[in-house]
Design a protein around this ligand. Structure first.
Ligand code: HEC
Ligand code: HEC
Ligand code: HEC
Ligand code: HEC
Ligand code: HEC
Ligand code: HEC
Ligand code: HEC
Ligand code: HEC
Ligand code: HEC
Ligand code: HEC
Ligand code: HEC
Length: 490
């Protein structure tokens, strides 16, 4: 019996299979009849991803696919809907593509929910099902001859999608009808960026319009759910720039996102939700994404830190750094990993911020000045700290110290200003800020000392007074006793 089983199966298959085949062929009369007319839809449908998945004309247009009579096949009573128009197009596609269960049953592993996403996007006049869409699925994917999104022939594949988005977005006449305020220079700028140049040369790994904006959930940057909203940009860029495999051919670091997250800027934006801190695109531009080059780094930083940049530009360092081909702010602060600036930056080890260039025998003029600046700073910071300690002591003893504390605020203010003033890298300028601060701190310190001394003086005074009072009481006591004794005797 065991030996017979395969034989039997083969026999059954032999009888049944041709029937199945013939049935399958005759079953889809829509395709057969339309193919015989050699019309465009059926010609294009030959390479359609839906056809390979076993779908047919009737899955979108309705009708009876088994009848070879066009009156029956394309009868409204058989569910024929004809050619969908307007939103009905996207609804036709959404019938399947927004039905997660149906798509998974068909073996589809990609994303679902495109119609819902499109409705909530900038490419729709509203989010309700009745609101008109600015475009239909077919504007981007076509209706017949639909390809997988990464198929090079697909209009949404990396090398073609840029042209697709730009067909509208670089057309001022078209765009003006919807939003006259919207720029139409994205393609022009993109073509000047590293992304755009490489995309133009056939590189499919670089960012396209759809990589930054997504394909369906495209939203204005102001909306917090937009992939290009300042708070989401680091993740959008980091998806590729932290991906070692994708970036391998280029030999550039993949640490930007990690460093950025640990920086003052990243922490301010992502943890403190401080929108004034820079996201990736504030330094790199939106469409012209390129590393800021040596000359423009201080301009980039200077858009926010204007005074630092202004002072630096007039400093001797500007001349010296240009000569050495060193980037301006980045040489001392780094780019992605900018850390809080502290006094410790005045460090003269070989790998310290100043020590990189300055030593007794390297750039010695600056070395001497920098040492002096450092010691001035140390004495200001030291004096302020000592004054604060003495003020606290006096306060604990109950002394009135508000005025001294108030005065010391100006010294702290000078310290704060010195952090900016240092960028002139000029002793005179530095002194102008530090010296008054040091004077105030010294005065505050001596006032605080005085308050503490006053306390001692008052304590001694109090002790003497207490002693006198006690003595008086004792004397009074004996005096009264003496009088009482006298009266008793009488
Ligand atoms: C026997 C041939 C035949 C069969 C079967 C057939 N069609 Fe057609 N179909 C035609 C012809 C011919 C036209 C053009 C006639 C016209 O313009 O009215 C047409 C037109 C269409 C149109 C365009 C209608 C319009 O309003 O412009 C669609 C859509 C269509 N067919 C889909 C289908 C679908 C879906 C099926 C299967 C359920 C099907 N056809 C079956 C011959 C056929
Ligand atoms: C994935 C859904 C889908 C499938 C499958 C499909 N169509 Fe269409 N078809 C559409 C949509 C949507 C439109 C109208 C919108 C457009 O062309 O932008 C359309 C338009 C048409 C039109 C009229 C406009 C034109 O392009 O000439 C005809 C005819 C047509 N289809 C026939 C067919 C035939 C025949 C088949 C099968 C070989 C087929 N369609 C398969 C979605 C589909
Ligand atoms: C503005 C152009 C545009 C429109 C409109 C559009 N798509 Fe897409 N579609 C894309 C791009 C670009 C991709 C590839 C990148 C991506 O997945 O975001 C894509 C990818 C897809 C994928 C593959 C998803 C995956 O993960 O494999 C499907 C399915 C899809 N689109 C269906 C639709 C449907 C259905 C509609 C209409 C409701 C639609 N698209 C409207 C541009 C568009
Ligand atoms: C009857 C259900 C159905 C309808 C209607 C339908 N699709 Fe699909 N579509 C599928 C299935 C199933 C697949 C997956 C094919 C596969 O993975 O082999 C698919 C695949 C796709 C893909 C390729 C996804 C990828 O991997 O990149 C795109 C793009 C697409 N459809 C767009 C459309 C558009 C546009 C429409 C409307 C004009 C539409 N579909 C209508 C069922 C449908
Ligand atoms: C490297 C990522 C990236 C790429 C690639 C990219 N964009 Fe953008 N795009 C952005 C960012 C970020 C913004 C938001 C800027 C802001 O904060 O206002 C933006 C804004 C826009 C806007 C709103 C108007 C404007 O210019 O600010 C449009 C429209 C737009 N992009 C279209 C496109 C098109 C079309 C392409 C392809 C040619 C493209 N983008 C490629 C990141 C990108
Ligand atoms: C059929 C024309 C067309 C195509 C194709 C198209 N767009 Fe648009 N896009 C528009 C119109 C129209 C608007 C709405 C402008 C408005 O009302 O503000 C828009 C809005 C946008 C916005 C929002 C701009 C803002 O800040 O308000 C972005 C971003 C955008 N599109 C990017 C893309 C990308 C990326 C692609 C390609 C995947 C693309 N578009 C394809 C026409 C198009
Ligand atoms: C789809 C993946 C992808 C996305 C998303 C992406 N990039 Fe890129 N980017 C690349 C690739 C690949 C290169 C090419 C690297 C090269 O040529 O050295 C590149 C190059 C760059 C460069 C030039 C590096 C160099 O070597 O000169 C900068 C700067 C850059 N990207 C910044 C950004 C920023 C900022 C964003 C987000 C707004 C972003 N990228 C989004 C993939 C991406
Ligand atoms: C505060 C400004 C600033 C921010 C924020 C910023 N960058 Fe940069 N980025 C720079 C500077 C400056 C350079 C180096 C240019 C040079 O030295 O030529 C650079 C270089 C790059 C490069 C080239 C390779 C490298 O590492 O030198 C890439 C890629 C890059 N940045 C991506 C990003 C990404 C992704 C983000 C967000 C996570 C980001 N950048 C945030 C300023 C910034
Ligand atoms: C979009 C505006 C913006 C840009 C561009 C920018 N920064 Fe900042 N930066 C900020 C903000 C806001 C903070 C304060 C963050 C916080 O809350 O601590 C900051 C903080 C800093 C700090 C720490 C200050 C401190 O008090 O310790 C340094 C150093 C710094 N930035 C250097 C740079 C450098 C270098 C660049 C260029 C590579 C740059 N920044 C570009 C906005 C910017
Ligand atoms: C030669 C090294 C060096 C260069 C170049 C440099 N800085 Fe600084 N930066 C410092 C030092 C040192 C401090 C002060 C640390 C302290 O005293 O606590 C500082 C402090 C800062 C601070 C915090 C204080 C404040 O003003 O808010 C910012 C922001 C800053 N720098 C930005 C910049 C920018 C922008 C550039 C480029 C125009 C730049 N730096 C160039 C060394 C440098
Ligand atoms: C990239 C190299 C480099 C770094 C880093 C650097 N300097 Fe300089 N600096 C120079 C050069 C070169 C000169 C001019 C030659 C000389 O001083 O002998 C100079 C000059 C100066 C001067 C001006 C001297 C004068 O009176 O004309 C001062 C002040 C100074 N540096 C302070 C600093 C401080 C403080 C730091 C650290 C926070 C620092 N520098 C970091 C290269 C550097």
């Amino acid at each position: 019996m065991k030996k017979l089983l395969p034989l039997l199966t083969a026999l059954v298959m032999f009888i049944l299979l041709p029937q199945f085949g013939a049935h399958a062929q005759t079953e889809d009369q829509c395709i057969s009849c339309h193919a015989s007319m050699d019309d465009k839809p059926s010609a294009a449908f030959r390479s359609d991803v839906h056809r390979s998945a076993g779908l047919s004309c009737a899955d979108c247009h309705g009708g009876d696919r088994r009848s070879d009579d066009m009156e029956i096949a394309m009868n409204k009573n058989k569910g024929f809907v004809g050619v969908p128009k307007g939103n009905a197009i996207a609804e036709t596609c959404g019938k399947c593509h927004d039905d997660e269960e149906r798509m998974r049953k068909a073996g589809f592993k990609g994303e679902t929910g495109q119609l819902k996403a499109l409705r909530a996007s900038a490419h729709s006049f509203g989010t309700k099902a009745t609101d008109a869409l600015i475009m239909q699925c077919t504007n981007c994917h076509g209706a017949h001859g639909v390809r997988r999104h990464d198929d090079p022939e697909s209009p949404v594949s990396p090398l073609r999608v840029v042209g697709l988005c730009s067909s509208c977005h670089s057309n001022p006449d078209y765009m003006r009808r919807f939003n006259p305020a919207l720029a139409t220079d994205q393609l022009a700028k993109y073509r000047t960026s590293v992304h755009g140049m490489k995309n133009g040369a056939g590189d499919t790994r670089v960012a396209t319009c759809a990589d930054c904006h997504t394909g369906h959930s495209i939203r204005p940057a102001e909306e917090t759910t937009s992939s290009v909203n300042a708070f989401n940009i680091p993740t959008t860029c980091g998806r590729c720039h932290s991906d070692a495999d994708r970036m391998k051919p280029y030999g550039i670091p993949t640490t930007q996102l990690a460093e950025y997250k640990s920086s003052v800027h990243g922490k301010a934006l992502l943890e403190k939700h401080d929108a004034s801190a820079p996201s990736c695109n504030d330094c790199h531009g939106n469409h012209g994404a390129a590393p800021p080059n040596v000359e423009s780094i201080s301009n980039v930083c200077g858009t926010c830190h204007a005074l630092n940049a202004e002072l630096f530009r007039q400093s001797r360092h500007k001349v010296e750094f240009d000569r050495m081909g060193k980037p301006e702010c980045e040489t001392c602060h780094g780019n992605h990993g900018v850390q809080p600036a502290t006094q410790a930056m005045f460090s003269f080890d070989r790998d310290g911020v100043c020590g990189k260039c300055h030593g007794p025998d390297r750039a010695p003029v600056g070395y001497k000045t920098a040492l002096k600046m450092r010691s001035m700073l140390d004495s200001l910071v030291g004096t302020i700290a000592m004054a604060e300690r003495r003020i606290d002591e006096a306060e604990q003893k109950g002394m009135e110290v508000d005025d001294i504390r108030f005065a010391l605020r100006d010294a702290n203010q000078a310290r704060l200003q010195s952090r900016t003033a240092v960028h002139a890298f000029n002793l005179e300028e530095f002194s102008k800020v530090l010296d008054p601060g040091l004077r105030i701190a010294t005065t505050s310190l001596s006032d605080a000392n005085a308050a503490n001394e006053e306390y001692v003086y008052r304590r001694v005074g109090l002790a003497v007074v207490t002693l006198i009072i006690t003595l008086t009481i004792v004397l009074l006591f004996f005096f009264i006793r003496h009088i009482e004794k006298k009266q008793a005797a009488v």
